[in-house]
Ligand binder design. Structure first.
Ligand code: SAH
Length: 349
Protein backbone atom coordinates (compact mmCIF):
# COMPACT_ATOMS: atom_id res chain seq x y z
CA UNK A 1 0.00 0.00 0.00
CA UNK A 2 2.57 2.52 1.13
CA UNK A 3 4.48 2.12 -2.11
CA UNK A 4 1.36 2.45 -4.31
CA UNK A 5 -0.14 5.53 -2.66
CA UNK A 6 2.10 7.95 -4.61
CA UNK A 7 0.88 6.38 -7.86
CA UNK A 8 -2.77 6.80 -6.84
CA UNK A 9 -2.06 10.43 -5.89
CA UNK A 10 -0.31 11.08 -9.18
CA UNK A 11 -3.16 9.49 -11.18
CA UNK A 12 -5.73 11.55 -9.26
CA UNK A 13 -3.80 14.75 -9.84
CA UNK A 14 -2.35 14.36 -13.34
CA UNK A 15 -4.87 11.86 -14.84
CA UNK A 16 -1.92 10.12 -16.40
CA UNK A 17 0.69 7.50 -15.57
CA UNK A 18 3.37 5.82 -17.67
CA UNK A 19 2.60 2.35 -19.00
CA UNK A 20 5.08 0.92 -16.47
CA UNK A 21 3.32 2.75 -13.64
CA UNK A 22 -0.05 1.37 -14.71
CA UNK A 23 1.48 -2.08 -14.68
CA UNK A 24 2.88 -1.56 -11.17
CA UNK A 25 -0.53 -0.42 -9.98
CA UNK A 26 -2.03 -3.63 -11.39
CA UNK A 27 0.58 -6.17 -10.28
CA UNK A 28 1.00 -4.64 -6.82
CA UNK A 29 -2.70 -4.33 -6.06
CA UNK A 30 -4.08 -5.16 -2.65
CA UNK A 31 -7.25 -4.45 -0.66
CA UNK A 32 -6.01 -1.15 0.75
CA UNK A 33 -5.07 0.26 -2.64
CA UNK A 34 -8.40 -0.90 -4.07
CA UNK A 35 -10.28 0.94 -1.30
CA UNK A 36 -8.21 4.05 -1.77
CA UNK A 37 -8.79 4.06 -5.53
CA UNK A 38 -12.48 3.43 -5.00
CA UNK A 39 -12.82 6.28 -2.52
CA UNK A 40 -11.06 8.71 -4.84
CA UNK A 41 -13.01 7.49 -7.88
CA UNK A 42 -16.33 7.88 -6.08
CA UNK A 43 -15.44 11.39 -4.96
CA UNK A 44 -14.42 12.43 -8.48
CA UNK A 45 -17.52 10.86 -10.06
CA UNK A 46 -19.86 12.49 -7.54
CA UNK A 47 -18.27 15.90 -8.18
CA UNK A 48 -19.27 15.59 -11.85
CA UNK A 49 -22.32 13.32 -12.02
CA UNK A 50 -23.62 13.43 -8.43
CA UNK A 51 -25.35 10.17 -7.54
CA UNK A 52 -26.94 9.92 -10.99
CA UNK A 53 -26.66 6.70 -12.95
CA UNK A 54 -27.46 6.84 -16.66
CA UNK A 55 -29.43 4.04 -18.30
CA UNK A 56 -29.02 2.81 -21.88
CA UNK A 57 -31.61 0.50 -23.38
CA UNK A 58 -29.78 -2.34 -25.11
CA UNK A 59 -31.51 -3.79 -28.16
CA UNK A 60 -29.78 -6.87 -29.55
CA UNK A 61 -30.62 -6.71 -33.27
CA UNK A 62 -29.13 -9.90 -34.57
CA UNK A 63 -27.24 -12.98 -33.47
CA UNK A 64 -25.96 -13.56 -37.00
CA UNK A 65 -22.28 -12.74 -37.28
CA UNK A 66 -19.78 -13.11 -40.08
CA UNK A 67 -16.84 -12.92 -37.69
CA UNK A 68 -15.30 -15.77 -35.78
CA UNK A 69 -13.85 -14.18 -32.62
CA UNK A 70 -12.54 -17.05 -30.52
CA UNK A 71 -14.16 -15.88 -27.27
CA UNK A 72 -17.66 -15.11 -28.51
CA UNK A 73 -20.68 -17.42 -28.33
CA UNK A 74 -22.28 -16.05 -31.52
CA UNK A 75 -19.13 -16.51 -33.63
CA UNK A 76 -19.85 -17.78 -37.14
CA UNK A 77 -18.02 -21.02 -36.32
CA UNK A 78 -20.49 -22.01 -33.61
CA UNK A 79 -23.10 -24.21 -35.31
CA UNK A 80 -25.00 -24.56 -32.01
CA UNK A 81 -25.71 -20.83 -31.73
CA UNK A 82 -29.38 -20.05 -32.34
CA UNK A 83 -29.69 -17.31 -34.89
CA UNK A 84 -32.35 -14.60 -35.07
CA UNK A 85 -32.72 -11.16 -36.54
CA UNK A 86 -35.18 -8.49 -35.37
CA UNK A 87 -37.20 -6.67 -38.01
CA UNK A 88 -37.11 -2.86 -38.07
CA UNK A 89 -40.70 -2.89 -36.77
CA UNK A 90 -39.71 -5.11 -33.83
CA UNK A 91 -36.80 -2.78 -33.08
CA UNK A 92 -39.12 0.23 -33.09
CA UNK A 93 -41.43 -1.61 -30.69
CA UNK A 94 -38.48 -2.07 -28.31
CA UNK A 95 -37.79 1.66 -28.53
CA UNK A 96 -41.45 2.50 -27.82
CA UNK A 97 -41.46 0.26 -24.78
CA UNK A 98 -38.10 1.67 -23.63
CA UNK A 99 -39.20 5.27 -24.07
CA UNK A 100 -42.23 4.67 -21.87
CA UNK A 101 -39.93 3.21 -19.22
CA UNK A 102 -37.76 6.34 -19.22
CA UNK A 103 -34.94 5.40 -21.58
CA UNK A 104 -33.46 8.28 -23.57
CA UNK A 105 -30.62 6.31 -25.16
CA UNK A 106 -31.06 3.24 -27.33
CA UNK A 107 -28.07 1.03 -28.03
CA UNK A 108 -28.44 -1.06 -31.17
CA UNK A 109 -25.98 -3.92 -30.83
CA UNK A 110 -25.47 -7.06 -32.83
CA UNK A 111 -23.18 -9.45 -34.57
CA UNK A 112 -21.77 -8.28 -37.89
CA UNK A 113 -24.84 -9.22 -39.89
CA UNK A 114 -24.68 -8.06 -43.54
CA UNK A 115 -28.48 -8.03 -43.71
CA UNK A 116 -28.30 -4.74 -41.80
CA UNK A 117 -26.85 -2.79 -44.72
CA UNK A 118 -26.59 0.99 -44.82
CA UNK A 119 -29.95 1.44 -46.51
CA UNK A 120 -31.88 -0.54 -43.90
CA UNK A 121 -30.00 0.96 -40.97
CA UNK A 122 -30.26 4.55 -42.19
CA UNK A 123 -34.02 4.20 -42.69
CA UNK A 124 -34.31 2.73 -39.20
CA UNK A 125 -32.20 5.48 -37.64
CA UNK A 126 -34.32 8.18 -39.30
CA UNK A 127 -37.47 6.56 -38.01
CA UNK A 128 -36.20 6.29 -34.46
CA UNK A 129 -35.07 9.92 -34.52
CA UNK A 130 -38.41 11.07 -35.95
CA UNK A 131 -40.34 9.22 -33.24
CA UNK A 132 -38.00 10.06 -30.36
CA UNK A 133 -36.15 13.29 -31.17
CA UNK A 134 -35.03 13.66 -27.56
CA UNK A 135 -33.17 10.33 -27.56
CA UNK A 136 -29.59 9.47 -28.40
CA UNK A 137 -28.82 6.45 -30.56
CA UNK A 138 -25.72 4.37 -29.97
CA UNK A 139 -24.58 1.79 -32.48
CA UNK A 140 -22.49 -1.26 -31.61
CA UNK A 141 -22.36 -3.16 -34.86
CA UNK A 142 -18.67 -3.82 -35.28
CA UNK A 143 -16.38 -2.87 -38.12
CA UNK A 144 -17.81 -1.13 -41.18
CA UNK A 145 -16.37 1.07 -43.91
CA UNK A 146 -15.68 4.73 -43.25
CA UNK A 147 -18.39 5.56 -45.79
CA UNK A 148 -20.89 3.47 -43.86
CA UNK A 149 -19.99 5.13 -40.55
CA UNK A 150 -20.51 8.51 -42.26
CA UNK A 151 -23.91 7.57 -43.66
CA UNK A 152 -25.10 6.21 -40.30
CA UNK A 153 -23.94 9.36 -38.56
CA UNK A 154 -25.80 11.55 -41.06
CA UNK A 155 -28.90 9.42 -40.57
CA UNK A 156 -28.90 10.18 -36.85
CA UNK A 157 -26.54 7.88 -34.94
CA UNK A 158 -24.90 9.85 -32.13
CA UNK A 159 -22.54 7.35 -30.56
CA UNK A 160 -20.61 4.21 -31.50
CA UNK A 161 -19.28 1.49 -29.24
CA UNK A 162 -16.44 -0.58 -30.62
CA UNK A 163 -14.30 -2.22 -27.99
CA UNK A 164 -10.67 -2.35 -29.10
CA UNK A 165 -10.55 -5.70 -27.19
CA UNK A 166 -6.81 -5.40 -26.48
CA UNK A 167 -4.22 -2.74 -27.26
CA UNK A 168 -1.51 -5.32 -27.86
CA UNK A 169 -1.48 -6.51 -31.47
CA UNK A 170 0.11 -9.88 -30.65
CA UNK A 171 -2.57 -10.48 -28.00
CA UNK A 172 -5.31 -9.38 -30.44
CA UNK A 173 -4.13 -12.05 -32.86
CA UNK A 174 -4.52 -14.74 -30.20
CA UNK A 175 -8.16 -13.77 -29.65
CA UNK A 176 -9.18 -13.46 -33.29
CA UNK A 177 -8.86 -15.46 -36.51
CA UNK A 178 -6.08 -14.48 -38.92
CA UNK A 179 -8.38 -12.58 -41.23
CA UNK A 180 -9.39 -10.07 -38.57
CA UNK A 181 -7.06 -7.10 -38.29
CA UNK A 182 -5.94 -5.22 -35.19
CA UNK A 183 -4.86 -2.29 -37.36
CA UNK A 184 -8.28 -2.04 -39.00
CA UNK A 185 -10.07 -2.12 -35.64
CA UNK A 186 -7.92 0.73 -34.32
CA UNK A 187 -8.44 2.64 -37.57
CA UNK A 188 -12.22 2.26 -37.21
CA UNK A 189 -12.05 3.89 -33.77
CA UNK A 190 -10.12 6.85 -35.19
CA UNK A 191 -12.52 7.23 -38.11
CA UNK A 192 -15.54 7.18 -35.81
CA UNK A 193 -14.01 9.95 -33.74
CA UNK A 194 -13.11 12.04 -36.78
CA UNK A 195 -16.66 11.74 -38.13
CA UNK A 196 -18.00 13.21 -34.91
CA UNK A 197 -19.46 10.28 -33.00
CA UNK A 198 -19.14 10.03 -29.25
CA UNK A 199 -16.96 6.94 -29.23
CA UNK A 200 -16.58 4.04 -26.83
CA UNK A 201 -13.69 1.60 -26.79
CA UNK A 202 -13.01 -1.11 -24.20
CA UNK A 203 -11.74 -4.57 -23.44
CA UNK A 204 -12.43 -7.77 -21.55
CA UNK A 205 -10.71 -8.29 -18.21
CA UNK A 206 -9.07 -11.68 -17.90
CA UNK A 207 -9.36 -12.67 -21.55
CA UNK A 208 -7.19 -15.69 -22.41
CA UNK A 209 -3.44 -14.97 -22.61
CA UNK A 210 -3.88 -11.46 -21.18
CA UNK A 211 -0.97 -10.24 -19.03
CA UNK A 212 -0.74 -7.27 -16.67
CA UNK A 213 1.48 -5.62 -19.29
CA UNK A 214 -1.38 -5.98 -21.80
CA UNK A 215 -3.79 -4.34 -19.36
CA UNK A 216 -1.31 -1.51 -18.80
CA UNK A 217 -1.21 -1.02 -22.58
CA UNK A 218 -5.01 -0.91 -22.63
CA UNK A 219 -5.02 1.81 -19.97
CA UNK A 220 -2.38 3.85 -21.78
CA UNK A 221 -4.26 3.51 -25.06
CA UNK A 222 -7.48 4.74 -23.45
CA UNK A 223 -5.65 7.61 -21.74
CA UNK A 224 -4.30 8.79 -25.09
CA UNK A 225 -7.36 8.05 -27.25
CA UNK A 226 -9.72 9.86 -24.87
CA UNK A 227 -12.99 8.10 -25.75
CA UNK A 228 -16.29 9.45 -24.37
CA UNK A 229 -17.24 5.95 -23.18
CA UNK A 230 -15.38 2.83 -22.17
CA UNK A 231 -16.88 -0.64 -21.76
CA UNK A 232 -14.96 -3.14 -19.69
CA UNK A 233 -16.23 -6.39 -18.26
CA UNK A 234 -14.82 -9.72 -17.20
CA UNK A 235 -14.24 -12.38 -19.86
CA UNK A 236 -16.66 -15.28 -19.34
CA UNK A 237 -16.14 -18.53 -21.25
CA UNK A 238 -18.81 -19.86 -23.59
CA UNK A 239 -18.86 -23.65 -23.77
CA UNK A 240 -19.18 -23.89 -27.56
CA UNK A 241 -16.14 -21.74 -28.36
CA UNK A 242 -12.42 -22.58 -28.51
CA UNK A 243 -12.05 -20.79 -25.16
CA UNK A 244 -14.77 -22.85 -23.51
CA UNK A 245 -12.39 -24.30 -20.93
CA UNK A 246 -10.54 -21.05 -20.08
CA UNK A 247 -11.17 -19.41 -16.75
CA UNK A 248 -13.29 -16.31 -16.31
CA UNK A 249 -11.90 -12.88 -15.49
CA UNK A 250 -12.29 -11.44 -12.02
CA UNK A 251 -14.88 -9.07 -10.64
CA UNK A 252 -12.31 -7.67 -8.24
CA UNK A 253 -9.80 -6.74 -10.99
CA UNK A 254 -12.58 -5.32 -13.19
CA UNK A 255 -13.69 -3.03 -10.35
CA UNK A 256 -10.08 -2.01 -9.65
CA UNK A 257 -9.66 -1.03 -13.31
CA UNK A 258 -12.99 0.87 -13.29
CA UNK A 259 -11.64 3.02 -10.45
CA UNK A 260 -8.41 3.67 -12.35
CA UNK A 261 -10.36 4.64 -15.48
CA UNK A 262 -12.54 7.05 -13.47
CA UNK A 263 -9.46 8.79 -12.09
CA UNK A 264 -7.72 8.79 -15.46
CA UNK A 265 -10.64 10.48 -17.20
CA UNK A 266 -13.08 11.93 -14.64
CA UNK A 267 -16.05 12.50 -16.99
CA UNK A 268 -15.79 9.12 -18.75
CA UNK A 269 -19.09 7.27 -19.26
CA UNK A 270 -18.37 3.89 -17.72
CA UNK A 271 -20.91 1.07 -17.64
CA UNK A 272 -21.18 -1.54 -14.91
CA UNK A 273 -21.65 -4.35 -17.44
CA UNK A 274 -23.98 -7.33 -17.60
CA UNK A 275 -20.89 -9.58 -17.55
CA UNK A 276 -20.05 -8.18 -14.08
CA UNK A 277 -23.58 -8.98 -12.95
CA UNK A 278 -23.30 -12.47 -14.41
CA UNK A 279 -20.19 -13.43 -12.43
CA UNK A 280 -21.40 -11.93 -9.16
CA UNK A 281 -25.03 -11.30 -8.13
CA UNK A 282 -23.90 -7.92 -6.79
CA UNK A 283 -21.43 -7.31 -9.62
CA UNK A 284 -23.15 -4.29 -11.10
CA UNK A 285 -23.52 -2.67 -7.69
CA UNK A 286 -19.82 -3.28 -7.08
CA UNK A 287 -18.99 -1.76 -10.47
CA UNK A 288 -20.97 1.38 -9.66
CA UNK A 289 -19.32 1.66 -6.25
CA UNK A 290 -15.92 1.33 -7.94
CA UNK A 291 -16.62 4.31 -10.20
CA UNK A 292 -18.95 3.31 -13.05
CA UNK A 293 -21.91 5.61 -13.82
CA UNK A 294 -23.88 3.78 -16.51
CA UNK A 295 -25.98 0.61 -16.68
CA UNK A 296 -27.30 -0.97 -19.85
CA UNK A 297 -30.43 -3.02 -19.19
CA UNK A 298 -31.78 -5.24 -21.91
CA UNK A 299 -34.75 -4.06 -24.01
CA UNK A 300 -34.65 -6.96 -26.49
CA UNK A 301 -37.84 -9.00 -26.84
CA UNK A 302 -37.80 -11.78 -24.23
CA UNK A 303 -38.33 -14.33 -27.02
CA UNK A 304 -34.82 -13.73 -28.43
CA UNK A 305 -32.80 -12.94 -25.32
CA UNK A 306 -31.51 -16.46 -24.77
CA UNK A 307 -30.19 -16.50 -28.34
CA UNK A 308 -27.86 -13.52 -27.91
CA UNK A 309 -25.47 -15.52 -25.76
CA UNK A 310 -21.96 -14.12 -25.97
CA UNK A 311 -21.01 -16.15 -22.87
CA UNK A 312 -22.52 -18.78 -20.57
CA UNK A 313 -25.09 -18.04 -17.83
CA UNK A 314 -25.88 -14.51 -19.01
CA UNK A 315 -28.34 -12.81 -16.63
CA UNK A 316 -31.62 -11.00 -17.38
CA UNK A 317 -32.59 -13.31 -20.24
CA UNK A 318 -35.99 -14.22 -18.80
CA UNK A 319 -37.49 -10.98 -17.55
CA UNK A 320 -39.56 -8.38 -19.34
CA UNK A 321 -37.90 -5.01 -19.93
CA UNK A 322 -40.02 -3.32 -17.29
CA UNK A 323 -39.01 -5.90 -14.68
CA UNK A 324 -35.32 -5.49 -15.56
CA UNK A 325 -35.53 -1.73 -15.27
CA UNK A 326 -37.37 -1.89 -11.95
CA UNK A 327 -34.92 -4.43 -10.56
CA UNK A 328 -31.94 -2.31 -11.50
CA UNK A 329 -33.51 0.89 -10.19
CA UNK A 330 -33.97 -0.84 -6.86
CA UNK A 331 -30.41 -2.16 -6.84
CA UNK A 332 -29.09 1.36 -7.44
CA UNK A 333 -31.25 2.90 -4.71
CA UNK A 334 -30.05 0.22 -2.29
CA UNK A 335 -26.49 1.56 -2.62
CA UNK A 336 -27.41 5.25 -2.65
CA UNK A 337 -27.51 5.97 -6.37
CA UNK A 338 -30.38 6.95 -8.63
CA UNK A 339 -31.35 5.97 -12.18
CA UNK A 340 -32.27 9.08 -14.14
CA UNK A 341 -34.31 9.87 -17.26
CA UNK A 342 -31.65 11.55 -19.34
CA UNK A 343 -29.74 11.15 -22.61
CA UNK A 344 -26.66 10.96 -20.43
CA UNK A 345 -24.16 12.83 -22.55
CA UNK A 346 -20.67 13.32 -21.11
CA UNK A 347 -20.41 16.40 -18.92
CA UNK A 348 -17.62 18.80 -19.71
CA UNK A 349 -15.23 19.38 -16.87
N1 SAH B 1 -20.20 -7.17 -33.07
C1 SAH B 1 -20.04 -6.00 -32.23
C2 SAH B 1 -20.59 -6.22 -30.85
C3 SAH B 1 -19.83 -7.27 -30.09
S1 SAH B 1 -20.56 -7.83 -28.60
C4 SAH B 1 -18.59 -5.59 -32.21
O1 SAH B 1 -17.77 -6.24 -32.86
O2 SAH B 1 -18.28 -4.58 -31.61
C5 SAH B 1 -19.92 -6.66 -27.45
C6 SAH B 1 -18.73 -7.08 -26.64
O3 SAH B 1 -18.97 -8.24 -25.87
C7 SAH B 1 -17.49 -7.44 -27.41
O4 SAH B 1 -16.82 -6.31 -27.88
C8 SAH B 1 -16.68 -8.24 -26.40
O5 SAH B 1 -15.71 -7.42 -25.73
C9 SAH B 1 -17.74 -8.72 -25.41
N2 SAH B 1 -17.74 -10.20 -25.35
C10 SAH B 1 -17.82 -11.07 -26.37
N3 SAH B 1 -17.68 -12.33 -25.93
C11 SAH B 1 -17.50 -12.26 -24.59
C12 SAH B 1 -17.26 -13.22 -23.55
N4 SAH B 1 -17.16 -14.52 -23.83
N5 SAH B 1 -17.12 -12.77 -22.29
C13 SAH B 1 -17.22 -11.46 -22.00
N6 SAH B 1 -17.42 -10.51 -22.93
C14 SAH B 1 -17.56 -10.90 -24.21
Amino acid sequence: MTELRPLVDKLTRAHSLSTEEYETLITGRNKETASLLQEEADRVRRSIYGNKIYIRGLIELSSWCKNDCLYCGIRSGNPKAERYRLSPEEILDCCREGYALGYRTFVLQGGEDPWFDDEILCALLREIKALFPDCAITLSLGERSRKSYELLFEAGADRYLLRHETANKAHYQKLHPAKMSFDRRMECLKELKQIGYQVGCGFMVGSPFQSSADLAMDLKFIEEFRPQMCGIGPFIPHKDTPFGDKSAGSVELTCYLLSILRLMQPNLLLPATTALGTLDPRGREKGIQAGANVVMPNLSPVSVRKKYLLYDNKICTGEESAQCTGCLAQRMTSIGYQLVIDRGDPKNV
